[in-house]
Design a protein around this ligand. Structure first.
Ligand code: ZN
Ligand code: ZN
Length: 319
């Protein structure tokens, strides 16, 4: 028969207040950190892996370092307990005369067993969940919130659009080529941010697609082709949050970004056919001003919300 002993070992945060976690899913084993006390409040809430979305009880998310530390701390407790027990069972006594054989032994408590020491790892992105307020940190950028499980793709898109808007504000304070460059950069950054947002949003929802293998190949830089792809794969119409004129502006903005990124902003026939921009002339530089880009950034933000809401509705439908 064996007895089981239990110890409660207090665990510690790192200097930024974060607590390490490791996904127990064998194919993931992703490392991340959370700040306890922020986010959802309540007992026995599950933990969501920010990388693979695995959900399980918090006590299955210990890191290897934490387990090693707990083992070493427990061994110390055992050592202390054994020492105390020996002292209690065999109090020091003088040798007795008579019909006793005296056996003497000495117990010298040695140095305490070493405690395993570790540092939590440095991660790349610290985030505050916009849904539940949890502070957490991950490798990369995109993640599921470890507390409420919501994905941060829209939050990241909005942060990048805010940055692009700041570039526009900056462009007004300077002149000439530098101002033009800032306006063009703002448009490029807004479109790139939407591309990254879209790829990630459709990837994490690829289970809803009619052909999940095709989702990895989605590019979100050409809105008209994206529109037909998403309609085919997810049954989602990207245009329903926009007037015809707004959608046209958005499509044109994305086409202008393509010209700027690949043709130094010089108009070609493909641009005119794809954008329907009747004022553009082949061989001339495309028109772009900060007012137009500012409208496009607002429309991109709305498109991001539209994609998120539509995918959420599809998930609800599927469950
Ligand atoms: Zn995982
Ligand atoms: Zn959250």
């Amino acid at each position: 028969m064996s007895d089981t002993f239990k110890f409660s070992i207090p665990m510690k945060n790192d200097e930024e207040g974060f607590f390490g976690r490791e996904c127990p899913n064998e194919e993931c084993l992703g490392y991340f950190k959370i700040e306890l006390g922020t986010g959802l409040q309540g007992e026995d809430l599950p933990c969501h892996c920010p990388y693979c979305g695995h959900v399980g009880p918090h006590d299955t998310f210990w890191t290897q370092d934490q387990l090693e530390y707990a083992r070493s701390a427990a061994m110390r407790e055992v050592q202390k307990y054994v020492g105390d027990m020996l002292k209690r069972t065999f109090p020091p006594s003088r040798p007795r005369r008579g019909d006793f054989i005296s056996i003497t032994f000495q117990y010298k408590p040695g140095r305490p067993l070493p405690l395993y020491r570790y540092e939590e790892k440095q991660l790349e992105t610290a985030l505050v969940c916009s849904e539940c307020g949890l502070r957490y940190a991950v490798y990369g950028v995109f993640a599921h919130c470890p507390d409420c499980g919501s994905h941060n793709s829209l939050q990241i898109l909005k942060a990048n659009l805010d940055l692009a808007s700041k570039e526009l504000e900056l462009s007004i304070t300077v002149e000439g080529l530098l101002a033009d460059q800032l306006v063009a950069d703002a448009l490029e950054n807004g479109v790139s941010a939407f591309d990254a947002f879209g790829r990630e949003s459709f990837r994490v929802n690829s289970g809803l697609a009619t052909a999940p293998d095709e989702v990895a190949r989605i590019s979100c830089q050409n809105l008209e082709s994206l529109k037909s792809r998403i309609s085919k794969l997810f049954g989602i119409d990207l245009t329903t949050s926009f007037t015809v004129e707004e959608w046209r502006l958005l499509v044109q903005g994305f086409q202008k970004r393509h010209l700027i990124a690949h043709r130094m902003g010089v108009v070609d026939q493909a641009y005119i056919s794809n954008s329907g921009d009747l004022r553009a002339v082949v061989g001339r530089k495309v028109d772009l001003d900060s007012k137009e880009v500012s409208v496009i950034l607002l429309l991109v933000r709305r498109l991001g919300h539209h994609v998120q809401d539509a995918l959420r509705a599809k998930r609800a439908e599927a469950s």
